[in-house]
Design a protein around this ligand. Structure first.
Ligand code: GTP
Ligand code: MG
Length: 699
């Protein structure tokens, strides 16, 4: 495998709405560049970057796939990201390691919800972008309409570098508006265009678009502007570097046209990537922080610097073990080198470095600053870790991801599955940043959380196929709590006379609401009506009783107890008696303190095309939701609401059907609030039934 230096590398992430044609475009580029013997297809499971069995089964990308095309003197590293909203965080995580994005847009649909989302991710880090309108061979594909939707959404810096020749199934090629040449292709051919004159019917439009492009490039560049005014045009040798610079600086977002499946415009696309997108070393420096202290630190992206790399993705292969994908930010990383993992303070040997071609690891001797590679079997390294020369520590920042949207209770199907469940999930969590696995301390259930129903289904399927662990999913139990609404002043007395030693403990307490304070215990006994060593047992008795709740067995929270008096017996008093006294006092207090149920309220954010806004709000109302705000952005509505968790247990599925799969949401725990009176009885009944209602011993 040939070694490339930074100037001859391009790292591009393909991002965009689900189904826009990203994976097919990668397949076409690989075939056209001779990297694969035939053109892979998503539909028959042969696309090089959708090789995982879950991806093949679902005919969609789930995880970022890596591939490379050697195109002339340049190696183009392609990161094929998923566009389906539940997996689109994958795109966000890889953007910091690429130098530009290819925003792929469907030639029929134009800008869609996820197009906007990934565009915003690019905005956050000012990533240069090229827009590729693919699937131009489909019925009702319409270049003019798609361009309009792009300009509407992203502004007038969006400008075509090409025009399509022909349309729908008669799409035959593209006009290059920079060089003013036409290229025609055979549908489903080898992707190599035949150069020819611009067709007459496009000549006028091409000229106009060329001039507009030239003007846009010259804008803000005085020297170019003068040249343009003098000569009425800018020569190609000045135009290309000026356009390159404008794209690098986000002043122009160029638009290209293609058919991935039909392999049309694909060689031109790769030429454009080489000519117009920045190489990794054009970035200049990489931003990081010092390992001790977190002060900002930078590192020049050059071979001459000490080496540093960021692990941006981990695969946990059932056979090959852990494979770490990394980007070299500085220095040269050689095979067999030992580097320091600055994140974990451990040293790691990088035996057998490689570059990924879909699922294949192609061995390579060294990787230069700016390149992307993979290494198997690192011992301690996980996604997000920085490795490098021990003497030159630096740490690159981790990408902030949203919280999981949906939680399920997970149960093993059998005893054998039980042992495999934990290890399988821990392996899967290594490769899946949005998967969480934990135990609810209150309900004692094992829970898994993820981005949505389909995400969790993929996880369950991987657990079964890869690790032979079978599980069932259930809606999680809602962790209700209890609290009080009134004050109480009570006495708890425990007295028993059984033969020899008796038991005696007695305390007087005041109980009062303590909003959002958890539990507070205040000792106000002065003068020693009971000895000090009995205070703690009283508190313990109250705590234990509160933990078990009063109404329905949910923990009691947000109340304060003031212990102000008591009495004891020289012989019969002991710790246990005072614990009992505390428990009795607590339960007596509850009879007057008007206990009530609290439920978790989620803060939810729902995103969907405008047309569904009404449906979504109406539905939230029926779920006892409170709308907190609404935002419109380019055809997309974002609704913020607070909704009880109990009403949101299966929201993912329902939102999907309400919005024809075009809505997404995330939510997190926000606060606890009182359950409306008319619902309390039912919850209490249900909880009692579930616990088989054991009666507690009392005085
Ligand atoms: N007619 C036509 N169909 C295409 C073209 N490109 C892709 N398709 C089809 O569109 C569907 C989606 O294509 P993909 O390449 O998987 O799209 P994607 O953007 O990778 O989708 P996600 O991975 O889910 O985000 C598949 O059935 C492809 O065969 C194209 O240029 N023309
Ligand atoms: Mg894909």
């Amino acid at each position: 495998m040939k070694v490339y230096e930074g100037a001859n590398l391009r790292n591009v992430a393909l991002i965009g709405h689900g189904h826009a044609g990203k994976t097919s475009l990668v397949s076409a580029m690989l075939y056209t560049a001779g990297a694969s013997p035939r053109q892979g297809r998503v539909d028959d499971g042969s696309a090089p970057t959708d090789y995982d069995e879950e991806e093949i089964a679902r005919k969609m990308s789930i995880s970022t796939g890596l591939a490379f095309a050697e195109w002339g003197k340049t190696k183009i590293n392609m990161l094929d990201t998923p566009g389906f909203n539940m997996f689109v965080h994958e795109a966000k995580t890889v953007l910091p390691v690429v130098d530009s994005a290819l925003v792929v847009v469907d030639g029929v649909a134009g800008v869609e919800v996820v197009t906007e989302r990934v565009w915003a991710y690019c905005d956050e880090i000012a990533l240069p972008r090229m827009i590729v309108v693919s699937r131009m061979d489909r019925d009702r594909a319409d270049a003019t309409r798609v361009l309009e939707s792009l300009v509407n959404a992203f502004g007038r810096s969006v400008t075509p570098l090409q025009l399509p020749i022909g349309s729908e199934k008669n799409l035959t090629g593209i006009v290059d508006l920079v060089r003013m040449k036409a290229y025609t292709y055979e549908m489903g051919g080898n992707g190599k265009g035949k150069e020819g004159p611009i067709p007459d019917n496009l000549a006028e439009a091409a000229k106009e678009a060329h001039e507009k492009l030239v003007e846009l490039v010259a804008e803000g560049k005085d020297a170019l502007m003068e040249e343009y005014f003098e000569k009425g045009t800018i020569p190609e040798e000045d135009l290309v570097p000026a356009l390159h610079e404008a794209i690098r600086e986000d002043r122009i977002f160029p638009v290209l046209f293609a058919s991935g499946l039909g392999n049309i415009g694909v060689d031109e696309l790769m030429d454009f990537i080489v000519d117009y997108t920045p190489s990794p070393i054009e970035h200049g420096t990489a931003q990081g922080v010092a390992v001790n202290g977190g002060e900002p630190a930078t590192r020049k992206m050059a071979d001459s610097e000490p080496s540093s790399l960021l692990v941006f993705k981990t695969l946990s292969d059932a056979f090959a073990g852990r494979i770490s994908y990394f980007k070299v930010f500085s220095g040269v990383v050689k095979n067999e080198v030992t580097l320091q993992n600055f994140t974990r303070g451990a040293s790691e040997k990088l035996a057998h470095i490689s570059v990924m071609q879909g699922k294949q690891q192609v061995p390579i001797n060294e990787l230069h600053a700016g390149d992307i590679g993979a290494v198997a079997k690192l011992k301690e390294t996980l996604t997000g870790d920085t490795l490098g020369d021990k003497a030159a520590a630096i740490q690159y920042p981790a990408v902030k991801l949203p919280d999981p949207a949906i939680t399920f209770a997970i149960e093993p199907k059998s005893r054998a599955d039980e042992d495999k469940l934990g290890p399988a999930l821990h392996k899967l969590m290594e490769e899946d940043a949005m998967l969480r696995f934990f135990r609810d301390p209150q309900t004692k259930e094992f829970l898994i959380a993820g981005t949505g129903q389909q995400h969790i289904e993929v996880v369950v399927s991987k657990m079964k196929k890869r690790y032979h662990a079978e599980v069932v999913l259930k809606a999680p139990k809602v962790p209700y709590r209890e609290t009080i609404r009134a004050k109480a002043d009570v006495q708890g007395r425990h007295k028993k006379q059984t033969g020899g030693h008796g038991q005696y403990g007695d305390c007087k307490i005041k109980v009062e609401p303590f909003p959002r304070g958890g539990f507070e215990f205040v000792n106000e006994i002065f003068g020693g009506s009971i000895p000090k060593n009995y205070i703690a047992p009283i508190e313990k008795g109250i705590r234990d009783a509160a933990e078990r709740g009063y109404l329905a067995g949910f923990p009691m929270v947000d109340f304060r107890v003031i212990l102000y008096e008591g009495s004891y017996h020289d012989v019969d008093s002991n710790d246990l008696s005072f614990q009992m006294a505390g428990r009795i006092a607590f339960r007596k207090a509850m009879e007057v303190a008007r206990p009530t149920l609290l439920e978790p309220i989620m803060s939810a954010e729902i995103t969907a095309p405008d047309e569904f806004a009404g449906t979504i709000m109406g539905d939230l109302n029926s779920r006892r939701g409170r709308i907190q705000g609404m935002d419109n952005k380019g055809g997309t509505t974002i609704v913020k609401a607070e909704v009880p968790m109990a009403e949101m247990l299966t929201y993912g599925v329902e939102l999907t059907s309400m919005t024809q799969g075009r809505g997404s949401f995330n939510m997190e725990m926000h606060h606890y609030d009182v359950v409306p009176a008319q619902l309390q009885e039912k919850i209490i009944e249900k909880a009692k039934a579930e616990r088989g209602e054991v009666k507690e011993e009392e005085e």
